[in-house]
Design a protein around this ligand. Structure first.
Ligand code: DX5
Ligand code: ZN
Length: 231
């Protein structure tokens, strides 16, 4: 059986889309429902024109939950921030945090990824819609997860950039061709309409935000069950 037919698709709720005024209760529910990861968007106001979550929240989550953290660094100095988040995202989980960097933000991404692996995190790369995935082929060997940005980084509630599905397809084919086992994650407008196309293209981790899991027209439990039933 090929990896494409045997894989189990995972759900990574995007916590910037959760109820920030009742975050503990919201995350308790998401973990109870069976979230596979907790997705944390870290923005610095430079690489992306927004600010979101930070170190103290990551530290508290890592101490309270065993669900692995999926930390997405949208920052223009990942060599400064990757070690900080590897430290504060470690917590008590037996599963290490996944930490993704945008490789075009550092001169030597292979060095940044090696340092992440050395610190015990799962090294990951995040690919902007404008980036050709083939440019990062050599990094795939030292990468545990590839995050494909399916919208432009920075904000929830945007519309899919359609050609990013080709990036997902390319990564799935490269995984077969190279005999690697990285996970392929999609981040941005993972909506009820887009999920089948994304999974069909090869995605195996879904960052679930305002377009699915945090859909205001249904409860978290209903949305989670609806998403699981589609996978
Ligand atoms: C952007 C964020 C968003 C968000 C996803 O950098 O990662 O993509 O969490 O949520 P929606 O479904 O609103 O695109
Ligand atoms: Zn993200």
């Amino acid at each position: 059986m090929s990896a494409a037919t045997s894989r189990r698709v995972k759900i990574s709720p995007s916590l910037m889309c959760a109820d920030l005024l009742a975050l503990g209760a919201d995350v308790d529910e998401l973990v109870g429902l069976g979230a596979d990861y907790l997705h944390l968007d870290i923005m610095d106001g430079h690489y992306v024109p927004n600010l979101t979550l930070g170190t103290d929240l990551v530290r508290r989550l890592a101490a309270r939950y065993t669900t692995p953290l999926d930390i997405h660094l949208m920052v223009d100095d990942p060599d400064r921030w990757a070690p900080v988040f590897a430290e504060c995202g470690g917590g008590g989980s037996p599963l290490p945090p996944v930490i993704s960097i945008h490789p075009e933000t550092t001169w030597h991404p292979a060095r940044t990824l090696a340092a992440l692996a050395q610190s015990g995190a799962v090294p990951a790369i995040a690919i902007d819609p404008a980036q050709q995935p083939a440019a990062f082929e050599y990094l795939l060997e030292i990468t545990g997860l590839v995050l494909v940005m399916t919208v432009n980084p920075g904000y929830a509630g945007q519309t899919l950039v359609p050609w990013t599905l080709r990036t997902v397809e390319w990564l799935a084919a490269a995984r077969e061709r190279l005999g690697l086992d990285y996970e392929i994650e999609v981040d941005g407008n993972v909506s009820w309409d887009n999920v089948p196309r994304m999974v069909g293209a090869g995605a195996d981790v879904l960052v679930a935000g305002t377009s699915s899991l945090f859909d205001p027209s249904m409860s978290r439990a209903e949305a989670f069950a609806k998403l699981r039933a589609m996978l």
